[in-house]
Design a binder for this molecule. Structure first.
Ligand code: ATP
Ligand code: MG
Length: 557
């Protein structure tokens, strides 16, 4: 499938172009998305997905999904399924190219033996802590391990016995023999294998030695014939090791390319921290609509096409930066404005009786399905003399500039009638309802004499209405960078990030809206039906408001 939201050229694509021009990989373009199955995907991962699959699509190449499942302790099967579902939801298809790094354990083992034979790897009897203490630092070279000059035969024997399970965890490791005084710390004889007596979700108990990231990743890329191995900037100083290992093996050698990871203000993009928020009960789960996870965004009602558009628009950079949350919201609004069907709902109902229409009136009013998309046609919304309007669309004593309903004032009931408030019903000081009189000649919402009416308000017909619980979301944190403060990032959670409104009234057609469709409630914003909905209880999420209310608060509007 080719998406129309093409990224403009960036430095990654420039490198691909150069490879095609030089013929380094023939005319092949083959990328991969390599998630670790230890959590749910967030929008940072989506950036990597859109980049890798996007490049494959644009160049007529291929993109694999490869689970980086080399750590048997942290990974869970549950995450494998959810990650695949999320990639598919984003709109990408790996066809028959779903792989696991653990599928390559045999090949990786053989290649390790090969490096030992060539004198490029050795078994070290020291603990990981001892090895770390000998690494030196940027100004001091590391200390050579006393086991560094073991014979090839002894290394082969010890490595085979590591594999056979003769040693306890921590007793021995396999290290690459690179250079203990290399200015790049990753080159100071990095660890290739550790002993771990753990059951792996894919290989069971077949292995008790597990490869390190550096040993598994590049070699897996090579096995799959990857051409461009795209990763985030933290791996830039792993590239010399990536190249060193593949050069020593003399096998297919992809190009590692690093780009800046996505950061977004007012949220955190790290599986570990998101997990902490779930475990501490600060959110309802990984799919809480406030979470920056793909599950959360999906439940929130963000359309996948809008996310692809956002991720394409922000581009790919070589320097880390933070994208404003508003930029994401802009893409969501822009997409929904063009595509969302319009409905009527009232979140904070104030009853209105129309005194000059029959009490048993059962009428309908025509609305455009989407004014931005005339081809979508019109739709009838039930109308009667017994309505609700939004409580804040009425003021008894309105200040200047308030153009909505007030005693004696005429407004337009959207697409229905011009109506004048003739009476305020109250219980003590509380306004409990209004009585209005409509201009019978204004049916459809236009004045017969062309007189101007400033305010237009939305409404729902009470006898036809369905009651709903509506959940209003706001940004999850109160500060731009929750990680930058002195306190724990979780202390910056926005206490108002979830507001639940009960007793809302919506037009009946809303019950027919399926999961995955985000719609507009006129004048209120974009919404979707939440999966918590049951037969008798409609639950609706607000995806996003119509305008950026934060910009208004800051006086930018
Ligand atoms: P986290 O820090 O959230 O745990 P990770 O990098 O450990 O993320 P992986 O499952 O290893 O998660 O990542 C899969 C791919 O997604 C990798 O190629 C990684 O570089 C990329 N990726 C992860 N986070 C981001 C991000 N914020 N922006 C862009 N790419 C990302
Ligand atoms: Mg990782």
């Amino acid at each position: 499938m080719a998406h129309d939201e093409r990224m403009t050229k960036d430095f990654v694509r420039d490198i691909v172009d150069a490879h095609l021009a030089s013929g380094r990989f023939g005319q092949r373009v083959h990328t991969r998305f390599p998630p670790e199955p230890n959590g749910y995907l967030h929008i940072g991962h989506a950036k990597s997905i859109v980049l890798n699959f996007g490049i494959a699509e644009e160049y007529g190449g291929k993109c694999n999904v490869r689970f980086d499942d080399t750590n048997p302790v942290r990974e869970e099967e549950e995450f494998v399924d959810s990650i695949l579902e999320d990639v598919r939801w984003l709109g990408y298809d790996w066809e028959d190219r779903l792989f696991y790094a653990s599928d390559y354990f045999d090949q990786l083992y053989e290649w390790a033996v090969d490096l030992i034979r060539k004198g490029w790897a050795y078994v070290d009897d020291q603990t990981v802590d001892e090895i770390r203490a000998q690494r030196g630092d940027l100004t001091t070279p590391g200390t050579l391990s006393p086991f560094r000059d073991r014979s090839v035969d002894e290394n082969l024997d010890l490595f085979a016995r590591m594999r056979a399970g003769e040693f306890a965890e921590g007793e021995r490791v396999l290290r690459a023999k690179v250079d203990m005084s290399h200015p790049n710390m990753n080159m100071r004889d990095p660890i290739m294998y550790r002993v771990l007596h753990a059951t792996h979700h894919n290989t069971g108990d077949r292995w008790c030695i597990y490869p390190s990231y550096d040993w598994a990743h590049g070699q897996s890329d090579s096995i799959e014939g990857i051409t461009q191995s795209i990763c985030t900037l933290e791996f830039e100083n792993h590239r010399p090791l990536y190249d060193w290992l593949l050069d020593r093996l003399g096998v297919h050698h992809p190009q590692q390319i690093e780009f800046a990871r996505l950061n977004i203000s007012y949220t955190v993009l790290s599986k570990r921290r998101l997990r902490q928020m779930v475990e501490d009960g600060l959110v309802s789960g990984w799919d809480d609509p406030r979470m920056p996870t793909l599950r959360g965004m999906r439940r929130r009602g963000y359309p996948p096409a809008a996310l692809r558009d956002f991720l394409s628009r922000i581009g790919v950079a070589k320097v880390n930066s933070t994208i404003a949350f508003e930029t994401l919201e802009h893409s969501i609004r822009d997409h929904l404005n063009r595509t969302a069907r319009r409905f009527m709902g009232v979140l904070d109902p104030l009853p209105v009786t129309i005194e000059n229409l029959p009490a048993d009136l059962d009428d309908t009013m025509d609305f455009a399905v989407n004014p931005e998309d005339p081809g979508a046609g019109t739709r009838a919304i039930p109308f009667s003399a017994d309505l609700v309007i939004e409580r804040d669309d009425f003021m008894e004593d309105p200040p200047k500039g308030f153009h909505r309903l007030a005693p004696g004032r005429e407004v337009r009931l959207r697409n229905a009638y011009l109506a004048t408030c003739t009476e305020v019903v109250r219980d003590g000081s509380e306004v409990t309802g209004l009585v209005c009189r409509v201009d019978p000649g204004s049916r459809g919402g236009n004045a017969p004499d062309g007189r101007r009416v400033k305010g237009t308000i939305h409404w729902v017909s009470v006898p036809h209405a369905v009651e709903a619980e509506v959940r209003l979301f706001d940004r999850l944190f109160t500060v731009e960078d929750p990680m930058a403060g002195d306190g724990d990032f979780m202390s910056y959670i926005n206490p108002d990030s979830l507001v639940v409104r009960k007793g809302c009234k919506v037009e009946p057609a809303v019950t027919g809206i399926g999961p995955g469709e985000t719609f507009q409630f006129e004048r209120l914003g974009y919404f979707c039906v939440d999966p918590d909905t049951t037969d008798g209880h409609l639950v609706i999420n607000r995806t996003i408001t119509l305008r950026d209310t934060w910009a208004r608060i800051r006086g930018e509007r």
